[in-house]
Design a protein around this ligand. Structure first.
Ligand SMILES: *Cc1c(COP(=O)(O)O)cnc(C)c1O
Length: 362
């Protein structure tokens, strides 16, 4: 049986290393994973306390419309309930967007390097991919706008961008939306929204009324620390959302994940703690890099992409042997560097000592 032609050049997503596998492989007892931008402080205690109360009714299908979560989130964001599309992580909303708008004969525009799932899902739908290189970690918005043509259906803007961490400034975002034809969807992926410096917050939701071709993606996987429960969402016009909810599988989020997300929204203390710790530890890590002569990209996320004199794989291997998993730039389209998730202050101090030792050997 032959799959679609495009599968000849595609492979499954290679995830960051699993903690248990690395422990076994290297005989280590402790492993710190700073590879997938997960929350180093776990998740809300209120969610932990509420999960045992969610165990009744697992034989019953969940509410596919996620009514309770929808109401709470609409209130939280100041949008209509009919503007939300939930997915099994925002990963799934990316796929839903591709299945709704892309097909053979259309094209889609994105930065490179950026989050790989835009390209992956668009290819499966048979769309042509147009990649526009970043400039010093930032989206090259003028060139992206120039690339738009009659066949363009979606432009992906990842802000803060994964893997560089750079934020599209609000003024530039608005300029782009002004210039972009109204029949081209602009998908603004804000997976790291909650980590953005409050003074630089683009307040993207407030742009939805003026730019009905804007779609915003957010998730409970990153700052809320619920990556395992798989809840992400899209915010868009009522019209776009109608189509997305036709494409969406009928039961794509579970009751446990919906109620956990709902509980997580209300625990503002946990989010505040996460935000503050990340900010402090990121600034300390930047100071360390400055002293060590390492360059990095500007980051408004919970990770820093550090540029290296050596290959990313070499530092990755060294850190792995010493109990730290980071993400080598090799796998992210930027070989001479590593993407490091900002961990707890304790973990970061240990990591910094290791990096210092490594640099002394190269
Ligand atoms: C992590 C991430 C996502 C997807 O997260 P989900 O767990 O699927 O919600 C989406 N976009 C970017 C840029 C990410 O880094």
């Amino acid at each position: 049986m032959e799959a679609k032609q495009v599968f000849k050049n595609m492979s499954p997503y290679t995830p960051g290393k699993q903690i248990e596998d690395v422990k076994k492989e290297l005989g280590l007892s402790k492993i710190i994973k700073l590879a997938s931008n997960e929350n180093p402080f776990g998740y809300s205690e209120k969610v932990r306390e509420s999960i045992p109360n969610m165990l009744d009714g697992l034989e019953i299908y969940p509410d596919g419309y996620a009514k309770a979560l929808r109401e709470e989130l609409a209130l939280h964001l100041g949008v209509k309930e009919e503007q939300l599309t939930f997915g099994s992580g925002s990963d799934e909303v990316v796929d839903i967007l591709c299945r709704t708008y892309l097909e053979k004969g259309t094209n889609t525009i994105m930065a490179t390097p950026t989050f790989p799932q835009y390209k992956h899902n668009a290819l499966i739908q048979g769309a042509e991919i147009i990649e526009v290189p970043l400039i010093n970690g930032y989206h090259d918005l003028p060139s992206m706008l120039n690339a738009v043509n009659q066949e363009t259906k979606i432009v992906w803007l990842c802000s803060p961008n994964n893997p560089t961490g750079s934020l599209i400034p609000k003024g530039e975002l608005i300029h782009f939306l002004e210039g972009c034809p109204a029949n081209v969807l602009v998908v603004l992926d804000e997976a790291y929204y909650e980590y953005i410096d409050r003074d630089k917050n683009p307040n993207s939701v407030s742009l939805l009324d003026k730019y009905p071709n804007l779609v915003i993606l957010r998730t409970f996987s990153k700052a809320y620390g619920l990556a395992n429960l798989r809840v992400g969402y899209g915010i868009a016009s009522v019209e776009i959302t109608k189509f997305l909810n036709i494409t969406r599988g009928p039961f794509n989020t579970t009751t446990i994940s919906q109620l956990s997300a709902l509980t997580a929204i209300k625990d503002t203390d946990f989010l505040e703690h996460t935000y503050n710790e990340n900010m402090t530890n990121k600034l300390k890590f930047m100071d360390f890099c400055n002293e060590a002569g390492l360059k990095y990209y500007d980051s408004e996320a919970n990770f820093l992409f550090v540029k290296l004199p050596t290959s990313g794989d070499q530092l990755f291997d060294y850190l792995l042997k010493n109990g730290f998993i980071v993400r080598s730039g090799e796998a992210l389209g930027h070989p001479k560097g590593v993407r490091i998730t900002i961990g707890s202050s304790e973990n970061m101090e240990e990591l910094q000592t290791l990096i210092k030792n490594y640099l002394a050997t190269v």
